[in-house]
Design a binder for this molecule. Structure first.
Ligand SMILES: C[S@@+](CC[C@H](N)C(=O)[O-])C[C@H]1O[C@@H](n2cnc3c(N)ncnc32)[C@H](O)[C@@H]1O
Length: 190
């Protein structure tokens, strides 16, 4: 198995955690410029990363290193979920506004609210599937996960005491009606 991340710190942690794993290769690499030849892998998984990249370029690289007929599994934040809509258009702007008010009121920097820009670019399912289709990859399964009717910051309070989230994340997965509440989704394509 081969794993990569552009962060050397993440690769170091992975190396420590997987010290006993056999046949494992961990590399610092940019998903938009992978250091592997064409058709190197039967299965390629990109979790929690596409939203931080130029997704078209990253997917092109995943398709390039995948062997013909191989399986690609990618995740993406769901920009249409009530959670993300609220988080991005109400919650974080409100935190930043509060930080500005605190600054104006003379609150010391270490006690001010702040939220740095993440640079996240989340794609809708339709757009992601179109990009996959352009590369000759056909989605075979799509599931939404982290399904929640809660909005930030209440989700954090609930997660703190809810064993469901911590021990059984699979119970927050939906392919049915509740999928619109999924804060992220996973697509498997061939
Ligand atoms: C939310 S974390 C997810 C980490 C891990 N994949 C997981 O599922 O737990 C996002 C990761 O994407 C990595 N990342 C962001 N842009 C990247 C890029 N262009 N190439 C490779 N990794 C990238 C970051 O370094 C970070 O470790």
């Amino acid at each position: 198995m081969t794993g990569c991340d552009q962060s050397a710190a993440m690769i170091k942690v992975a190396r420590e955690r997987l010290a006993d794993a056999a046949d494992l290769r961990l590399t610092v690499a940019d998903i938009e410029k992978l250091p592997f030849p064409e058709g190197s892998f039967d299965v390629v998984v990109a979790m929690g990363v596409l939203e931080y990249t130029d997704a078209r370029r990253a997917l092109r690289e995943l398709a390039r290193v995948l062997r013909p007929g191989g399986l690609v599994v990618v995740t993406m934040l769901n920009p249409r979920s009530p959670y993300r809509l609220f988080e991005w258009s109400v919650y974080w702007p409100a935190v930043r506004l509060l930080g500005r008010v605190e600054r104006w009121a003379g609150t010391p920097p270490e006690r001010r609210h702040a939220a740095s820009r993440t640079g996240i670019r989340a794609l809708s399912r339709r757009r992601l599937c179109r990009l996959l289709g352009d590369l000759g990859l056909r989605p075979v399964d799509i599931a939404y996960y982290d399904v929640t009717p809660l909005l930030p910051p209440f989700d954090r309070l609930v997660r703190r005491w809810s064993r469901r989230w911590r021990e059984h994340p699979e119970t927050t997965v939906s392919r049915g009606a509740r999928r619109c509440l999924g804060t992220a989704y996973v697509v498997a394509a061939r």
